[in-house]
Design a protein around this ligand. Structure first.
Ligand code: ADP
Ligand code: ZN
Ligand code: ZN
Length: 787
């Protein structure tokens, strides 16, 4: 008998195990449909309801007369097993993918179904719905292949001569003569062409055929079947001669690949040092051995610029996967990868779960980026998953960054499987720009109330007047404008979240940046009726206004120099981000003013000035990584200046000029920062010296959440006491920093364990055993990035 081990996809917060189902022989060979295989979506019944499941194991079991065992060793009577009722799809993943889903669920204490779903393109899985009549039915997936009808020259194309008055035939033949063309295009140009095509096809003058459409292709036409995802492949670019440092980095990667057991190489190189070139050459060698490569870049830097660089080297064999693509585009890319034709997958963290077979190299660029950690279940970190995958597949993992995470630096130091290759200089030999720190507290004390210090204003004047460009970074955290009543101190807050509302000049609105709640700003204080409501802080719009005034008054600059603002508001529309960057690139002198999103991956030759308007707001957050993030942000944004022939300069404004993170960043002195930061982490018990788990609870009823949090805390404390003893620490259940979000109340419990301890296993056991409280959601975040 064949038994499938199935992850059943039913909404549950409980952690469960796969279930066993019998697979009828005819289903195994695909009689009358698709064959059952690992990775297939199937229809099963569980607890009286029908559900979609994913096969993660398939085994032939010799039935004994009365008893068998399932894949998990549980004895059971084979006759009792329910059957897989239908195979709903071709495989979404292979055996390795199945192993990965099972591993993720254990490693991150996450529900299995959520782990399996990582492997399915959005909306590509059939759904099971129950009709009004109580019957279950399978709803076809909303996303699938799309075909276009194409017209090409037929066997008799050259011989066929249309009649003189058959104008439409002549038009169509002329069009087809110029190249294959879609029926849709012909009708757009010439009106209805159905009967014309039919007549021509009957004579063999043309052939009409269906061809798979790759959504997201700009030109669509001549390149059906080629990968989508933005720019078409440019002419191949030759690889430059590597510098010595780059050669050493490539050699280190080669050695790691040769070891074939999942070693990690950290390419620790300043911005512009040629890290990407190192990746490209390491990938080239990987492909030469017939293996594939996955490259992860932060979502925000997944621009056509980045993609074009990979296409420039590897042509049409590059697939692209990120969340700003439409579901259809993602499906087509997914399918393109599955076909085996894609050799390199470039994408956001989710690209790890595409069906690329035989991957021998994974590259994670800007490894320190927070976006590599998924903030919803399963709360995985791409770095850990990639390392696991490469150790299974006998490949290597490459991490790149100008500002590596403290975790990665720690591993390089302590873990013999990790090595680092340093690229301390820019590939073009240009020096890193000098960083000047401006003490805003001193400016303030000397009477200046302006947002731009004298030094930043002067630097802007000098650079822009020479036709050069500037990038200004607004640290958006804690940089919002809010209303405050001068009489009673009232600050309007969001009724759904525990946060104050942000004031928007445009339309005089108050907006919640967490849930989108919007109201008109009140003319008087809703609490005391006072008319003295003052606007505090400064939104990006206010900064733009002040910057405009500043530029207009600068000699040689004036109103013709554009300010391009890039923040959450201006980049909402699809493609807006790219358009803003393009207009910045096309301008002569210009200022790009934006939030954190501009710190990454920008590569413009003529940016000579980078200004950080407020470097310190992160330092006050209750976040043990605040110093690390500030250090990284300044180093990253500084790397945007003076990348080509022109020297760059950086001006950092701060109220905390003495802070070590800022002083160290300003002198490119990582050692200085680490010497101050690491002892603090060690003393307070934070990573990289301990491992943490964050147990999250949330729900609509504050009291219920608090009670459940207490209960779970007690259970957890007892379990840890019994199973691991005093080595672990379970902190009390407390409200989250953002205690209320979208009308949900949130609590958390922090667990700390020594390095090397298997952190998730006890939590998984507790979550499997505990009784679920339907009123309160609970989840575990292993190795959280944010607390
Ligand atoms: P990073 O990824 O570290 O920011 P890049 O790989 O983008 O660096 O390299 C920065 C610039 O230097 C790019 O324009 C790249 O084409 C160029 N470059 C990189 N390596 C070399 C090399 N060995 N010789 C010449 N130019 C190089
Ligand atoms: Zn008031
Ligand atoms: Zn809100």
């Amino acid at each position: 008998m064949n038994i499938a081990s199935v992850i059943v996809d039913i909404p549950t917060q409980a952690l469960d195990t796969p279930y066993s189902y019998a697979v009828p022989d005819e289903m195994l060979v695909g009689e009358g449909g698709r064959p059952a295989a690992v990775g297939c979506a199937v229809l099963v019944t569980l607890g009286g309801r029908k559900a979609v499941g994913y096969i993660v194991g398939l085994e032939e079991v010799v039935p004994s007369p009365d008893e068998g065992t399932d894949l998990w060793g549980t004895p059971q009577s084979a006759a009792d097993l329910k059957q897989v009722e239908a195979v709903l799809s071709a495989p979404f993943f292979d055996e390795e993918g199945a192993a990965c889903a099972l591993w993720l669920a254990e490693r991150y204490a996450a529900p299995l179904s959520e782990c399996a779903r990582l492997f399915t393109p959005p909306r590509a899985v059939p759904r099971i719905v129950r009709g009004r009549d109580g019957r279950w039915r399978v709803e076809e997936p909303a996303i699938g292949e799309v075909d276009d009808r194409w017209v090409t020259r037929g066997p008799a194309f050259d011989a066929f001569v249309p009649r003189k008055n058959a104008v439409k035939q002549q038009e169509v033949l002329a069009a087809v003569g110029a190249g294959d063309v879609r029926v849709a295009e012909l009708s757009r140009e010439f009106g209805a062409v159905g009967s014309t095509l039919k007549a021509l096809a009957a004579k063999g003058a043309v052939t009409v055929e269906r061809r798979r459409r790759m959504r997201g292709m700009e030109d669509g036409a001549s390149r059906a079947g080629a990968p989508a995802g933005g720019a078409a492949a440019p002419a191949p670019t030759a690889a430059p001669q590597l510098t010595e440092g780059q050669q050493a980095a490539v050699a280190a990667i080669e050695a790691a690949r040769a070891a074939g057991d999942g070693r990690v190489v950290l390419v620790d190189g300043v911005t512009g040092s040629g890290k990407t070139e190192v990746y490209l050459q390491a990938i080239e060698r990987t492909l030469a051995e017939g293996r594939r490569a996955i490259v992860l870049v932060p979502e925000i830097s997944l621009t056509p610029q980045t993609v074009a660089r990979f296409r420039g080297r590897f042509g049409d064999a590059v697939a692209v996967m990120h969340s700003r693509m439409s579901d259809g585009e993602r499906y087509d890319q997914w399918d393109f990868i599955k076909s085996g034709a894609a050799k390199v997958v470039v994408g956001a963290r989710s690209a790890l779960f595409t069906p690329a077979a035989n991957v021998g190299l994974i590259v994670i660029d800007e490894e320190h980026e927070g976006s590599y950690k998924q903030d919803s279940s399963p709360r995985y970190h791409a770095r850990d998953v990639a390392e696991w995958m490469m150790s299974r597949a006998g490949g290597a993992l490459v991490l790149g960054s100008a500002t590596p995470s403290i975790e990665a630096l720690y591993q390089v130091n302590k873990n013999p499987r990790w090595t680092a290759a340093a690229l301390p200089e820019r590939a073009n030999g240009r020096p890193m720009p000098a960083i000047e720190v401006v003490d805003m507290a001193a400016e303030f004390a000397s009477g200046s109330r302006a947002m731009f210090s004298g030094r930043l204003a002067r630097a802007l004047g000098e650079e822009l007047a020479q036709g050069r460009k500037a990038v200004l970074l607004l640290n958006q955290r804690g940089f919002a404008k809010f209303l405050l009543c001068r009489d009673c101190g009232f600050v309007p807050e969001c009724p759904h979240c525990s946060t104050s509302l942000t004031y928007h000049e445009q339309g005089a609105k108050l907006v919640c940046h967490h849930c989108g709640y919007t109201v008109a700003a009140p003319p008087t204080c809703p609490e005391c009726g006072s008319p003295y409501l003052k606007k505090f802080g400064a939104g990006t719009q206010r900064v733009e206004t002040e910057l405009r005034q500043l530029l207009d008054g600068l000699p040689g600059v004036g109103p013709t120099v554009p300010i391009i603002r890039m923040d959450a508001d201006t980049t909402q529309a699809k493609g807006a981000h790219q358009e803003l960057l393009e207009s910045f690139a096309a301008a002569d002198a210009a200022v790009l003013l934006g939030t954190q999103m501009i710190a990454k991956g920008l590569d413009f030759d003529d940016v000579t000035l980078v200004g950080v308007i407020n470097a310190d707001t992160q330092l006050h957050l209750p976040d043990y990584r605040a110093g690390e993030r500030t250090f990284q942000l300044i180093e990253q944004v500084a790397g945007r200046a003076g990348r080509a022939e022109l020297d760059g300069r950086v001006v950092v404004q701060t109220y905390e000029a003495d802070d070590v993170a800022i002083r160290a960043a300003a002198t490119y002195n990582r050692g200085m920062f680490l010497r101050a930061e690491l002892p603090k982490r060690k003393l307070l018990g934070y990573p990289p010296y301990v491992r943490m788990a964050n147990v999250l609870l949330w729900g609509a009823d504050e009291h219920a959440v608090a009670t459940e949090a207490e209960l779970l805390h007690a259970q957890l404390a007892e379990l840890i006491r019994n199973e691991v003893g005093e080595r672990w620490q379970v902190l009390p259940a407390v409200p989250c920093v953002l205690a209320k979000l979208r009308n949900t109340y949130r609590y958390h419990i922090v667990v700390k364990a020594p390095l090397g301890d298997e952190l998730s296993a006890p939590l998984v056991r507790l979550f499997r055993a505990r009784k679920v409280n339907p009123a309160v959601n609970a989840a575990v975040d292993i190795d959280p990035v944010d607390l």
